[in-house]
Design a protein around this ligand. Sequence first.
Ligand code: KIV
Ligand code: ZN
Length: 510
Amino acid sequence: MSERLYIFDTTLRDGEQSPGASMTRDEKIRIARQLEKLGVDIIEAGFAAASPGDAESIHAIAEAIKESTICSLARANERDIRAAGEAIKPAARGRIHTFIATSPIHMEKKLRMQPDQVVEAAVAAVKLARQYTDDVEFSAEDALRSEPEFLCRIFDAVIQAGARTINVPDTVGYAVPHLTTEFFRKLIEGTPNSDQVIWSAHCHNDLGMAVANSLAAVMGGARQVECTINGLGERAGNAALEEIVMAVRTRCDVFDLETRIDTTQIVPASKLISSITGYPVQPNKAVVGANAFAHESGIHQDGVLKHRETYEIMSAESVGWSQNKLTLGKLSGRNAFRTRLQELGMLPEGEEALNAAFARFKELADKKREIFDEDLRALLGDSGPDATERYRLISLKVVSETGEQPTANLVMGALGEEHRVVAHGAGPVDAVFKAIESVAQSGADLLLYSVNAVTAGTDSQAEVTVRLSLDDMVVNGQGADIDVLVASTEAYISALNRLTTEAGRAHPQA
Ligand code: KIV
Ligand code: ZN
């Protein structure tokens, strides 16, 4: 039997550090459930000390998830470790991941600490973390720019203090594959009791080599890889989970390692993350891009038709691409709806949520004859109007005519009051957004407006993402509807509601 490669997913922590990718507690729980279904070994659910909201989300995920280990990040100080320890308490298996920087530049310029003090802080952090859980991971931040001798020294000390996993992050994406293999070999050889721990890689993609470096680390002895769905993450992102898993599986002749990942859950996970964060997946992205299995050239098409493996090294089905499946229609009942959601792993919690989703499904089925799995995903992703929110869409009429300026007539609820406004714009979307702003007067900047057709055909639902920024807050809003203008309005209003919630968190008395 092949040796195991552990998959540590940090979409909810490092992934959330992408600008505008912040997620609500409920979104994080939905993602965690999908990651559990995907079979990731460890879910880094957040950074408990970062905010009470983060701690709450980790706690809720620790309660909900049974199959994966739930982890919280913590700097090497008492406050962070205690916050992480409390947050992971309900987990069936909980991990504390503590870190401190070890490169000369970080120790001197950022921490302003001597190497001895860094070792001392790391040991104290690991010892304290062990009071909460046996499963403690230690990371040497900026390890790939650290002195290997110093790393061996600090790793020896934290292993003695009780760390079970040693993570070697390429924090700034500086590494080069063949040197990374050597680096890992050197550390594993030079650290006493290195066989008592799992060695882990955590690579960033600043030079586009995060996946290559992670795989190189595996060649050098790493048996845990930290990665994110779609490669989401700080700056240029982290190593993409789907690429690592499929590389190890497709080239088992090279790696001879096994993961616990159910690869058919990769595409659903990718779509979920993309729709929640508003980060689109580029069409030519490996494994999860829309063109990853599309053959354009006649020669390739001919080859694939004769024998798939002539031009495909893995099958689209093996990573969860399915032909858009016609699932339900106008006459489908609540039971059929419920059963299909269950099969897709998207059953909402509680009868009330199911009834609300069923009502939205019926509304959609009235407008669209054929309902596909993708429609259900969009429908479940869009929770519909919420009367408890500050702003809500009541009705919209848009007039767009050749040679005339488009006009939006909007009826919108704001703080319980109904507002009727008319606005003109360069285009119909511009007119709608101006109408909303004439009521909300948020002063926010529009950073992103993106539209994605959920299925093929002109009767597809449009899934719209709007990203707004105000002061130092960046939020995303989503909307899905068969009418692209309604979807756009919902997305903008949802982003405004999030801005209000975020502002309330930042200034609770306001
Ligand atoms: O990139 C990094 O160094 C990190 C650590 C906190 C593991 O994300
Ligand atoms: Zn990182």
